[in-house]
Design a protein around this ligand. Structure first.
Ligand code: ATP
Ligand code: MG
Length: 423
């Protein structure tokens, strides 16, 4: 036998036994996004590498070490499998002039790629659902984004499993002033900084604070806080945002060290986190990126969005027992004997036309083995068709999910008879 070829490490198959879980989640998502007026945008999985370098930032985990980048072997173009969805969405918005005299509320979903160490809740190909609200200055849209994510948790039954953390990153000038003070502070701890910290001291000091290293907590806690460097406008934006979230009765924790792993954020940033998935606790993360569209060559326009890790939400739903069982067909038709297969196919057609889902057993098999399949399929009823039923234009209905006797009905009353089993 030839040697088997396996999937790439960290890239998973979704098998038929669990794909209905994705379909359930996606259907909840689609209804929810429509309820808030978002429209779907579908962009390529591959983009020019500079798009990500310029937007996400040179000194970030993603660009420094997680991107699947390669050279197009035919024309030498530097290309990258998208590690996130905002850059490509904005590239398309700019390219197609979607913000000309208007605003946009867009959502996307699909696979993202990051070369990370695979573990529970962290993969090399994973899926995100994300939204981008463009052309609105906030803080009302910032608050609506929080409200809509809170509403999703409510619809999924996860309201008590996730907590909201928020922060503000101010504007460029405020970050620059804070940065100077922060670098001074960090220089006092050079000896204990880890390798990443040392490297980022001057290139991205804010990220040095975003450390999980216990030895660095004291240093991080004592660091100058960005919030103390905010001017009036930034402060007002933050207060306005919080005021609306308060008014909606949504609980949150202010986390002055929440900085996010991508460079394009300003003002409002937030994460929804859970303690129930180990260290992969962030299920949804986002914020405002008012300078990004201009940075990517578009006419200046504000924006805010978030990305949600779908595998992590599904893990959480699974852990809480909140995922539906695999849906079954309404009717399973067993058939045997001359003319039975054709007759069964005609009845299946009639039933599907009346709104039932139908599986017809194909090929051979004794009635007994076919009935076993019918039962295992989870269908509500089995229809039994043999030569006798074909000859008399009748059909035997056998309830599979309730304790009731089987009955024989004429074909003309089949739809009405089956309807009684479907609530
Ligand atoms: P983390 O701190 O967990 O690495 P991140 O800050 O890199 O997350 P974002 O770039 O903000 O994550 O992506 C948004 C969301 O996508 C995350 O909150 C998470 O739910 C999900 N996500 C990110 N990376 C992965 C991954 N490798 N595998 C699965 N989900 C991921
Ligand atoms: Mg990451």
């Amino acid at each position: 036998m030839a040697q088997k070829i396996q999937a790439v490490r960290g890239m998973n198959d979704v098998l038929p036994a669990e794909s209905h879980r994705w379909e359930y989640f996606e259907s909840v998502l689609r209804a929810w996004l429509a309820d808030y007026g978002y429209h779907n945008i579908r962009t390529p999985i591959v983009e020019a590498t500079p798009l990500f370098v310029r937007s996400i930032g040179e000194v970030t985990d993603i660009v420094e070490k997680e991107m699947y980048s390669f050279t197009d072997s035919l024309n030498g173009d530097p290309l990258t499998l998208r590690p996130e969805g905002t850059a490509g969405t904005l590239r398309a918005v700019i390219e197609h002039n979607l913000l000309y005299n208007t605003t946009q509320k867009l959502w996307y979903t699909g696979p993202m790629f990051r070369h990370e160490r695979p573990q529970k809740g962290r993969y090399r190909q994973f899926n995100q659902i994300g939204v981008e609200a463009l052309g609105m200055n906030g803080p009302d849209i910032d608050a609506e984004i929080i409200a809509m994510t809170a509403e999703l948790w409510r619809r999924l039954g996860l309201a008590d499993s996730v907590q909201l953390e928020i922060n503000t990153l101010g504007n460029k000038e405020e970050r620059a002033a804070h940065r100077e003070a922060l670098i001074k502070h960090l220089e006092g701890y050079v000896d204990i900084l880890d390798e990443d910290g040392k490297r980022r001291l001057y290139s991205n000091p804010l990220r040095v604070l975003d450390t999980k290293n216990p030895a660095l907590q004291e240093m991080a806690n004592a660091a100058p806080r960005l919030i103390d460097y905010l001017g009036e406008a930034s402060r007002a934006h933050y207060e306005g945002w919080k005021g609306m979230i308060d008014a909606l009765g949504i609980r949150y924790v202010e986390n002055p060290r929440l900085v996010r792993g991508l460079d394009y954020y300003n003002l409002s940033v937030f994460e929804w986190v859970t303690t129930e998935l180990g260290s992969q606790g962030t299920v949804c993360a986002g914020g405002r990126y008012d300078g990004l569209i201009e940075q990517l060559g578009g006419k200046p326009a504000p924006g805010i969005g978030f990305g949600m890790g779908m595998e992590r939400v599904l893990l959480l739903l699974d852990e809480k027992g909140l995922l539906p069982a695999r849906p079954a067909a309404d009717v399973f038709i067993v058939n045997q004997g001359a003319g039975a297969a054709t007759y069964a196919m005609q009845l299946a057609q009639t039933l599907r036309g009346a709104g039932f889902s139908v599986i017809q057993n194909m090929g051979d098999g004794s009635f007994k083995s076919q009935m076993k399949k019918a039962d295992g399929s989870g269908a509500l009823v089995a229809l039994v068709i043999g030569e006798n039923e074909v000859a008399t234009a009748q059909v035997v209905i056998k309830p599979l999910r309730m304790d009731a006797a089987q009955e024989t009905v004429a074909v003309a009353s089949l739809v009405a008879a089956v309807s009684r089993f479907k609530s």
